[in-house]
Design a protein around this ligand. Structure first.
Ligand code: SAM
Length: 240
């Protein structure tokens, strides 16, 4: 049997024979845009129960019901890697969220720093982008997107046992990562204006922070996020 191509994220639990009622938006997408007929199959995931082959049993433009037929892939957690980043312009933040999901992170934590210029982050939109990216890249996990919080508050409550790899632009061209060790981790990327002197001093004084370089050139924030995640994944993640 050919593998169904369409992959859809739903909120409901998934299990053998489980019926899944679609939202109006999902029904419109599947039946009006993709023109799936009753009896067609697609892949479903919800971020908790793996990926399921499901059959369309009721299809109208506004309503639809699917039934789970078989488990196609088990639930797989990404590596225990968080991305901590200062939101930038809307499209570039969208890029950061999308690439972080594709590259494999377990949480996205936007932070407000001294030079963060983005007015605000629409967390609902960022969460929708994370779901779209997971649908597209085949991930069964959808990383949580937290509300924006001040960098200082995040640092003050930092969990024991998690290393924070701080992409420090002042180390550009000076190597880095030599002392890095595996284990629960996070990568910190600053805004277009970089970190303030106060923030740099604070980060340097924290025992759980390891400053790292991302090569000899100063990267845009979104490029830096991709580069840092790749560097960590290659060393410690599920790419090895
Ligand atoms: N305005 C800053 C400057 O000229 O120094 C550059 C900020 S950069 C556009 C945005 C963020 O990307 C930085 O805060 C840092 O976290 C990261 N970054 C960019 N290039 C880097 C590099 N070569 N090494 C380490 N971090 C880098």
């Amino acid at each position: 049997m050919a593998e169904p191509k369409i992959r859809l994220h739903v909120d409901q639990p998934l299990a053998p024979g489980q019926a899944v009622a679609l939202t109006e938006g999902q029904a419109n997408y599947l039946f009006a845009v993709m023109r799936l007929p009753a009896g067609a199959e697609l892949r479903l995931f919800n971020g908790r129960d793996g990926e399921w082959r499901a059959e369309v049993v009721e299809a109208t433009k506004r309503r639809g019901v699917l039934v789970c037929r078989a488990l196609m892939a088990p639930q797989v957690a990404p590596p225990d890697l968080w991305l901590v980043f200062a939101p930038v312009k809307k499209e570039r933040t969208h890029f950061i969220v999308e690439k972080a999901v594709e590259l494999g992170v377990s949480r996205l934590l936007p932070v407000a720093t001294r030079f963060t210029t983005a007015e605000r982050l629409r967390t609902d939109k960022a969460r929708a982008h994370a779901i779209e990216a997971a649908e597209q890249c085949g991930a069964t996990h959808v990383p949580e997107v937290a509300e924006v919080q001040p960098l200082e508050r995040l640092l003050a409550g930092w969990p024991d046992g998690r290393r924070l790899f701080w992409a420090d632009e002042s180390l550009a061209g000076q190597g880095g990562w030599e002392g890095a060790t595996p284990g629960p981790a996070a990568v910190l990327i600053g805004p277009e204006g970089g970190f303030s002197d106060d923030e740099k001093a604070r980060l340097r004084g924290l025992s759980f922070v390891t400053p790292v370089s991302l090569g000899p050139r100063i990267l845009r924030a979104e490029t830096a996020a991709v580069a840092a995640l790749v560097l960590w994944q290659v060393r410690f993640g599920d790419w090895r």
